[in-house]
Design a binder for this molecule. Structure first.
Ligand code: C5P
Length: 421
């Protein structure tokens, strides 16, 4: 589908990165009108935008008045992406000002609007900016949190523009979603992704084939629906999704610590990671050698079941608030809340409904997404299919399709289970 995209460019040095974003959008067949603010042209000139987009470039509402551009552009757009979104531009948008073509377009747009902020850390953290961002989000815009790293000059911190490819992926998620309201706005979501590794010795591990593709698709689609997303990624080699806090882990126990730390206060926890059920009982400090001897069996010990732990702590709080002196259970209790929605994934070679329901009950979660593995499905593939079992007895088959599409069905099911605000 060819979409009509308005690329708004604010007056920040990261404007040069928007050229790359523009190319990604046009090369994927979309029709892009670039609308810089007048000061943005100090960073990247009109000629560059016009040449890359193949469209005229204006910054004010006084050019081509016969076509009423200050209203028409916003009204006819399928998506408005603002990158970089400066503190000043977001302040003007939040205040409903319309002094240039970009702010006028933002005021008339009825389509999804995606802001990719870039500014110095102090400006991002200022209460005025935070209030403007919160207001824009409440009104339905998706505002990505900026990335953390090197800023202009010598300083580094939160305020970098996310990578153009990641903004592009977020833009595609919004286009896929269409004009639907961002129904996860104001919700905090934790997604685990990838596959854990359990060390046998300094060079070997027990692992699995999970690449994190499904977990990252869940993260991207949650961002497009307005959520604040933390991903706990085990050994994932994919680029970070835009606007997502990524915590990297290796083993199941590291994943448990990171998930519990992130889950406190979260509205939803989705365990899409493949977590090793067992680990070697001891890790050899040196590389295990053959030395002509018969192989030693590797003794295994059980890993904590993160999802089952969150499930039983949440369900215990549902009955009575848990005040447990035991450190582990106390940590679990503070990571869950009675109304937290818990989702598990189960990659199975045997997808029988009875087995799925038994696992759902064992894990104490609200939804269990059971997906078959093998025959070109499952690990590392772009497509997936599944049946989602609900603790309320619902069964939702999801036909084979892109992992993003599966993720959106999972979020649809989650949204109906979230407490109303
Ligand atoms: O038991 P099984 O591994 O099939 O369960 C799958 C679900 O449980 C997944 O959501 C997975 O992330 C989660 N899990 C977990 N901790 C483990 C094992 C699995 O949270 N130790």
């Amino acid at each position: 589908m060819t979409a009509r995209v308005v690329l708004g460019v604010g007056a920040g040095i990261a404007a040069y990165k928007a050229c790359e974003l523009l190319r990604l959008l046009t090369e994927s067949g979309h029709q892009v009108r670039v609308v810089p603010t007048p000061d943005a042209l100090r960073f990247v000139g009109e000629v560059t935008w016009a040449a890359l987009s193949g469209q005229p470039v204006t910054t004010d509402a006084w050019t081509g008045v016969a076509e009423v551009p200050h209203v028409r552009l916003g009204q006819s757009a399928d998506l408005v992406v603002v990158a970089p979104a400066t503190a000043d531009l977001m302040a003007r948008a939040a205040a409903g000002m319309a002094g240039d073509l970009l702010t006028a377009t933002l005021l008339t747009a009825r389509c999804p609007v995606l802001y990719a902020p870039a500014m110095h850390t102090e400006m991002w953290e200022h209460p005025a900016t935070q209030a403007n961002v919160a207001l824009l989000r409440r009104r339905g815009a998706v505002v990505l949190p900026p990335a953390t790293g090197r800023l202009t000059g010598r300083d580094s911190g939160a305020g970098r523009l996310p990578e153009p490819a990641a903004i592009f992926a977020a833009a595609l998620s919004l286009l896929d979603r269409g004009p639907a309201a961002p129904d996860l706005a104001g919700r905090r979501v934790v997604v685990s992704a990838g596959g854990t590794r359990e060390e046998i010795d300094p060079v070997r591990f027990i692992g699995n084939w999970s690449t994190g593709t499904q977990g990252y698709a869940l993260a991207r689609t949650a961002v497009a629906r307005g959520a604040e997303v933390t991903v706990v990624a085990a050994n994932v080699a994919l680029p970070d999704p835009a606007g997502v806090k990524v915590t990297r882990v290796v083993s199941a126990r590291e994943m448990r610590d990171a998930v519990l730390a992130a889950a406190g206060g979260a509205d939803v926890v989705v365990m899409a990671a493949a977590v090793a059920d067992y680990r070697p009982a001891s890790r050899s400090p040196g590389k295990i050698k053959k030395d002509g001897r018969p192989p030693e069996p590797i003794a295994l010990t059980e890993n904590p079941d993160i999802l089952a732990g969150l499930g039983s702590a949440r369900n215990a709080q549902d009955r009575t608030p848990l005040q447990d002196p035991d450190a582990e259970r106390g940590r679990l209790a503070s990571s869950s809340s009675p109304r937290q929605v818990l989702v598990g994934f189960a990659a199975e070679t045997d997808t029988s409904p009875a087995g799925a329901r038994a696992k759902l009950a064992r894990k104490g979660c609200d939804l269990l997404v059971v997906n078959p593995v093998g025959a070109g499905l499952g690990f590392g593939t772009p497509d997936n299919e599944a049946v989602v079992y609900g603790s309320d007895g619902t069964v939702t088959p999801i036909p084979r399709g892109p992992k993003e599409a599966l993720a959106d069905v999972v979020w649809d099911l989650v949204v109906t289970r979230l407490p109303q605000r």
